[in-house]
Write a protein that binds this ligand. Structure first.
Ligand code: SAM
Length: 280
Protein backbone atom coordinates (compact mmCIF):
# COMPACT_ATOMS: atom_id res chain seq x y z
CA UNK A 1 0.00 0.00 0.00
CA UNK A 2 1.47 3.42 -0.94
CA UNK A 3 1.01 6.47 1.26
CA UNK A 4 1.65 10.19 0.79
CA UNK A 5 2.86 11.94 3.93
CA UNK A 6 3.03 15.70 4.27
CA UNK A 7 6.50 16.90 5.21
CA UNK A 8 6.04 20.50 6.39
CA UNK A 9 5.54 19.86 10.10
CA UNK A 10 7.81 17.38 11.93
CA UNK A 11 5.23 16.82 14.68
CA UNK A 12 1.86 16.54 12.96
CA UNK A 13 1.23 15.43 9.45
CA UNK A 14 -1.51 14.29 7.17
CA UNK A 15 -1.06 10.81 5.72
CA UNK A 16 -3.19 9.90 2.70
CA UNK A 17 -3.42 6.49 1.10
CA UNK A 18 -2.51 6.72 -2.57
CA UNK A 19 -5.04 4.63 -4.45
CA UNK A 20 -3.55 5.68 -7.79
CA UNK A 21 -0.26 7.56 -8.33
CA UNK A 22 -0.60 10.00 -11.23
CA UNK A 23 2.46 12.23 -11.37
CA UNK A 24 5.63 12.80 -9.37
CA UNK A 25 8.31 15.23 -10.47
CA UNK A 26 10.16 18.46 -9.93
CA UNK A 27 9.31 21.52 -12.01
CA UNK A 28 12.49 23.47 -11.30
CA UNK A 29 10.52 25.53 -8.77
CA UNK A 30 9.04 22.82 -6.59
CA UNK A 31 8.30 19.13 -6.14
CA UNK A 32 4.89 18.16 -7.47
CA UNK A 33 2.78 15.13 -6.69
CA UNK A 34 -0.63 14.32 -8.07
CA UNK A 35 -2.40 11.19 -6.89
CA UNK A 36 -5.80 9.76 -6.12
CA UNK A 37 -7.19 9.12 -2.68
CA UNK A 38 -10.57 7.51 -2.03
CA UNK A 39 -11.71 10.21 0.44
CA UNK A 40 -10.42 13.36 -1.26
CA UNK A 41 -10.34 12.39 -4.93
CA UNK A 42 -7.37 13.72 -6.87
CA UNK A 43 -4.83 15.56 -4.73
CA UNK A 44 -2.19 18.15 -5.69
CA UNK A 45 0.80 18.46 -3.34
CA UNK A 46 3.65 20.94 -3.79
CA UNK A 47 6.90 20.52 -1.88
CA UNK A 48 5.25 17.83 0.22
CA UNK A 49 2.22 19.93 1.26
CA UNK A 50 -1.35 19.32 0.11
CA UNK A 51 -2.59 22.33 -1.88
CA UNK A 52 -5.86 21.28 -3.40
CA UNK A 53 -8.03 18.22 -3.52
CA UNK A 54 -10.94 17.54 -5.85
CA UNK A 55 -13.43 16.98 -3.04
CA UNK A 56 -12.76 19.96 -0.77
CA UNK A 57 -11.30 22.59 -3.14
CA UNK A 58 -14.68 24.32 -3.13
CA UNK A 59 -14.31 25.38 0.52
CA UNK A 60 -11.04 27.22 0.05
CA UNK A 61 -11.81 28.74 -3.33
CA UNK A 62 -15.35 29.88 -2.52
CA UNK A 63 -14.19 31.63 0.65
CA UNK A 64 -11.07 33.14 -0.91
CA UNK A 65 -13.02 34.56 -3.84
CA UNK A 66 -16.68 35.16 -3.03
CA UNK A 67 -16.14 36.87 0.32
CA UNK A 68 -14.22 39.84 -1.17
CA UNK A 69 -16.12 39.88 -4.47
CA UNK A 70 -19.60 39.97 -2.92
CA UNK A 71 -18.40 42.46 -0.30
CA UNK A 72 -16.93 44.73 -2.98
CA UNK A 73 -20.03 44.44 -5.13
CA UNK A 74 -18.60 46.11 -8.23
CA UNK A 75 -15.27 44.42 -8.84
CA UNK A 76 -14.36 44.52 -12.52
CA UNK A 77 -10.61 43.97 -12.40
CA UNK A 78 -9.19 41.16 -10.29
CA UNK A 79 -5.59 40.04 -9.78
CA UNK A 80 -4.83 36.49 -8.65
CA UNK A 81 -1.31 35.77 -7.47
CA UNK A 82 -0.41 32.06 -7.62
CA UNK A 83 -3.51 29.90 -7.87
CA UNK A 84 -2.04 27.47 -10.43
CA UNK A 85 -4.77 24.89 -9.84
CA UNK A 86 -7.25 27.33 -11.44
CA UNK A 87 -9.91 26.99 -8.73
CA UNK A 88 -9.76 30.61 -7.60
CA UNK A 89 -9.79 31.70 -11.24
CA UNK A 90 -12.89 29.65 -11.98
CA UNK A 91 -14.77 31.10 -9.01
CA UNK A 92 -13.68 34.66 -9.91
CA UNK A 93 -14.91 34.28 -13.48
CA UNK A 94 -18.39 33.43 -12.19
CA UNK A 95 -18.70 37.15 -11.30
CA UNK A 96 -19.32 39.86 -13.91
CA UNK A 97 -15.63 40.78 -13.96
CA UNK A 98 -14.09 42.31 -17.07
CA UNK A 99 -10.46 41.39 -16.59
CA UNK A 100 -8.62 38.84 -14.46
CA UNK A 101 -4.84 38.88 -14.37
CA UNK A 102 -3.38 35.71 -12.93
CA UNK A 103 0.31 35.59 -12.15
CA UNK A 104 1.58 32.09 -11.49
CA UNK A 105 5.29 31.41 -11.21
CA UNK A 106 5.17 27.77 -12.28
CA UNK A 107 3.63 26.97 -15.67
CA UNK A 108 3.96 23.24 -14.95
CA UNK A 109 1.48 23.45 -12.07
CA UNK A 110 -1.12 24.90 -14.45
CA UNK A 111 -0.42 22.26 -17.08
CA UNK A 112 -0.56 19.40 -14.58
CA UNK A 113 -3.78 20.68 -13.02
CA UNK A 114 -5.44 21.17 -16.38
CA UNK A 115 -4.46 17.62 -17.32
CA UNK A 116 -5.15 15.84 -14.04
CA UNK A 117 -7.50 18.02 -11.95
CA UNK A 118 -9.90 19.42 -14.57
CA UNK A 119 -12.78 19.40 -12.10
CA UNK A 120 -11.00 22.12 -10.08
CA UNK A 121 -10.35 24.60 -12.91
CA UNK A 122 -13.16 23.77 -15.35
CA UNK A 123 -12.70 25.80 -18.54
CA UNK A 124 -11.37 28.82 -16.65
CA UNK A 125 -8.03 28.94 -18.46
CA UNK A 126 -9.84 29.34 -21.80
CA UNK A 127 -11.83 32.41 -20.71
CA UNK A 128 -11.05 35.48 -22.86
CA UNK A 129 -11.18 37.74 -19.78
CA UNK A 130 -8.03 36.02 -18.46
CA UNK A 131 -4.59 37.55 -18.85
CA UNK A 132 -2.29 34.74 -17.73
CA UNK A 133 1.21 35.81 -16.77
CA UNK A 134 3.86 33.22 -15.98
CA UNK A 135 6.15 34.91 -13.49
CA UNK A 136 6.79 35.92 -9.94
CA UNK A 137 3.77 37.63 -8.36
CA UNK A 138 5.98 39.90 -6.25
CA UNK A 139 7.86 41.13 -9.33
CA UNK A 140 4.57 41.63 -11.18
CA UNK A 141 3.02 43.90 -8.54
CA UNK A 142 6.31 45.79 -8.24
CA UNK A 143 6.43 46.52 -11.98
CA UNK A 144 2.86 46.74 -13.27
CA UNK A 145 1.00 50.02 -13.60
CA UNK A 146 -2.40 48.31 -13.67
CA UNK A 147 -4.83 48.68 -10.83
CA UNK A 148 -7.28 46.13 -9.47
CA UNK A 149 -10.47 46.14 -7.43
CA UNK A 150 -9.59 42.90 -5.67
CA UNK A 151 -6.23 41.16 -5.25
CA UNK A 152 -6.32 37.49 -4.20
CA UNK A 153 -3.09 35.92 -3.00
CA UNK A 154 -3.59 32.19 -3.57
CA UNK A 155 -0.08 31.19 -2.64
CA UNK A 156 1.84 28.24 -1.32
CA UNK A 157 3.26 28.38 2.21
CA UNK A 158 5.89 30.98 3.19
CA UNK A 159 8.73 28.70 2.10
CA UNK A 160 10.12 28.18 -1.41
CA UNK A 161 8.85 30.46 -4.20
CA UNK A 162 5.86 31.60 -2.09
CA UNK A 163 8.04 33.21 0.59
CA UNK A 164 8.11 36.67 -1.02
CA UNK A 165 4.30 36.76 -1.03
CA UNK A 166 4.24 37.04 2.78
CA UNK A 167 6.56 40.01 3.11
CA UNK A 168 6.13 43.75 3.54
CA UNK A 169 7.53 44.88 0.14
CA UNK A 170 4.94 42.68 -1.62
CA UNK A 171 2.13 44.04 0.56
CA UNK A 172 3.28 47.62 -0.13
CA UNK A 173 3.11 46.95 -3.87
CA UNK A 174 -0.33 45.32 -3.54
CA UNK A 175 -1.56 48.42 -1.72
CA UNK A 176 -0.29 50.60 -4.57
CA UNK A 177 -2.05 48.44 -7.16
CA UNK A 178 -5.46 48.48 -5.44
CA UNK A 179 -8.06 50.85 -6.87
CA UNK A 180 -10.02 53.01 -4.39
CA UNK A 181 -12.31 50.73 -2.40
CA UNK A 182 -10.07 47.76 -3.24
CA UNK A 183 -9.67 44.64 -1.12
CA UNK A 184 -6.61 42.40 -0.66
CA UNK A 185 -7.11 38.83 0.59
CA UNK A 186 -4.24 36.47 1.36
CA UNK A 187 -4.19 32.83 2.44
CA UNK A 188 -2.60 32.39 5.85
CA UNK A 189 -2.48 28.68 6.69
CA UNK A 190 -3.89 26.97 9.78
CA UNK A 191 -3.48 29.11 12.92
CA UNK A 192 -3.52 26.21 15.40
CA UNK A 193 -0.34 24.77 13.90
CA UNK A 194 1.09 27.78 12.03
CA UNK A 195 0.10 30.77 14.18
CA UNK A 196 3.07 32.84 13.02
CA UNK A 197 1.82 32.92 9.43
CA UNK A 198 -1.41 34.76 10.28
CA UNK A 199 0.21 36.81 13.06
CA UNK A 200 2.95 38.05 10.74
CA UNK A 201 0.47 38.90 8.00
CA UNK A 202 -1.58 41.00 10.42
CA UNK A 203 1.53 42.72 11.77
CA UNK A 204 2.85 43.52 8.33
CA UNK A 205 -0.46 44.63 6.82
CA UNK A 206 -1.67 46.79 9.73
CA UNK A 207 0.74 49.69 9.12
CA UNK A 208 -0.33 49.73 5.45
CA UNK A 209 -4.12 49.34 5.57
CA UNK A 210 -6.76 50.96 7.77
CA UNK A 211 -8.81 47.78 7.99
CA UNK A 212 -7.11 44.43 8.58
CA UNK A 213 -8.99 41.33 9.70
CA UNK A 214 -8.80 37.56 9.67
CA UNK A 215 -11.58 35.30 8.52
CA UNK A 216 -11.85 31.54 8.65
CA UNK A 217 -12.81 28.48 6.69
CA UNK A 218 -12.67 24.83 7.58
CA UNK A 219 -10.87 22.91 4.85
CA UNK A 220 -10.96 19.16 5.57
CA UNK A 221 -7.58 18.37 3.99
CA UNK A 222 -5.79 21.13 5.95
CA UNK A 223 -4.74 19.57 9.25
CA UNK A 224 -5.23 21.46 12.51
CA UNK A 225 -8.69 23.05 12.33
CA UNK A 226 -9.68 26.34 10.72
CA UNK A 227 -7.53 28.00 8.12
CA UNK A 228 -7.22 31.78 8.08
CA UNK A 229 -7.49 34.34 5.32
CA UNK A 230 -6.24 37.85 5.93
CA UNK A 231 -8.37 40.74 4.64
CA UNK A 232 -6.93 44.23 4.10
CA UNK A 233 -8.61 47.40 2.84
CA UNK A 234 -8.46 51.15 3.41
CA UNK A 235 -11.92 51.23 4.97
CA UNK A 236 -14.00 48.78 6.99
CA UNK A 237 -17.04 49.46 4.82
CA UNK A 238 -16.70 46.40 2.57
CA UNK A 239 -15.93 44.08 5.46
CA UNK A 240 -19.03 45.37 7.25
CA UNK A 241 -21.33 44.95 4.26
CA UNK A 242 -24.70 44.13 5.84
CA UNK A 243 -26.06 40.62 5.55
CA UNK A 244 -29.06 41.89 3.55
CA UNK A 245 -26.75 43.43 0.94
CA UNK A 246 -24.65 40.28 0.65
CA UNK A 247 -27.84 38.21 0.39
CA UNK A 248 -29.18 40.46 -2.38
CA UNK A 249 -25.93 40.26 -4.34
CA UNK A 250 -25.66 36.51 -3.81
CA UNK A 251 -29.27 35.88 -4.89
CA UNK A 252 -28.80 38.22 -7.87
CA UNK A 253 -25.75 36.27 -9.02
CA UNK A 254 -27.78 33.07 -9.34
CA UNK A 255 -24.67 31.15 -8.28
CA UNK A 256 -24.97 27.80 -6.51
CA UNK A 257 -22.29 27.24 -3.92
CA UNK A 258 -21.45 24.49 -1.48
CA UNK A 259 -19.70 26.39 1.33
CA UNK A 260 -20.22 30.12 0.83
CA UNK A 261 -23.47 31.69 1.89
CA UNK A 262 -23.93 35.30 3.01
CA UNK A 263 -24.42 33.99 6.56
CA UNK A 264 -21.23 31.90 6.42
CA UNK A 265 -19.45 34.98 5.05
CA UNK A 266 -20.48 37.16 8.00
CA UNK A 267 -19.83 34.40 10.53
CA UNK A 268 -16.35 33.70 9.12
CA UNK A 269 -15.11 36.98 10.62
CA UNK A 270 -16.13 35.89 14.13
CA UNK A 271 -12.93 34.52 15.63
CA UNK A 272 -12.52 32.08 18.50
CA UNK A 273 -10.26 33.76 21.09
CA UNK A 274 -7.22 31.55 20.34
CA UNK A 275 -7.25 32.94 16.79
CA UNK A 276 -8.50 36.42 17.70
CA UNK A 277 -5.44 36.94 19.87
CA UNK A 278 -3.26 36.75 16.75
CA UNK A 279 -4.73 40.16 15.91
CA UNK A 280 -3.62 41.67 19.23
N1 SAM B 1 -4.89 26.44 -2.42
C1 SAM B 1 -3.54 26.38 -2.11
C2 SAM B 1 -3.23 26.41 -0.66
O1 SAM B 1 -4.08 26.28 0.11
O2 SAM B 1 -2.09 26.53 -0.24
C3 SAM B 1 -2.69 27.21 -2.93
C4 SAM B 1 -2.87 26.80 -4.33
S1 SAM B 1 -1.93 27.29 -5.62
C5 SAM B 1 -1.50 25.71 -6.24
C6 SAM B 1 -0.42 28.00 -5.05
C7 SAM B 1 0.43 28.44 -6.23
O3 SAM B 1 1.25 29.54 -5.86
C8 SAM B 1 1.38 27.37 -6.77
O4 SAM B 1 0.92 26.94 -8.01
C9 SAM B 1 2.73 28.07 -6.85
O5 SAM B 1 3.46 27.75 -8.00
C10 SAM B 1 2.31 29.52 -6.81
N2 SAM B 1 3.37 30.44 -6.37
C11 SAM B 1 4.27 30.25 -5.35
N3 SAM B 1 5.08 31.30 -5.26
C12 SAM B 1 4.71 32.18 -6.22
C13 SAM B 1 5.19 33.46 -6.61
N4 SAM B 1 6.22 34.05 -5.99
N5 SAM B 1 4.55 34.09 -7.64
C14 SAM B 1 3.50 33.51 -8.28
N6 SAM B 1 3.02 32.29 -7.94
C15 SAM B 1 3.61 31.64 -6.92
Amino acid sequence: MIHFEETDNPDVNLVLRVSKPIYTGNTGYQDVEVFENEAFGRVLALDGVVQTTERDAFVYHEMLVHAPLFAHGEARRVLIIGGGDGGALEETLKHPVEHVAMVEIDRSVIELCRAHLPSVCGAAFDDPRLDLVIGDGAKFVAETDQSFDVILVDSTEPTGPGDVLFDTPFYVDCRRRLAPGGILVTQNAVPFLQAAVARNAVRRLRPLFKDVALYLASVPSFVGGHMAFCWAAQSAEARRTPLETLARRHAGSGLKMRYYTPEVHRAAFVLPPYIGELMA
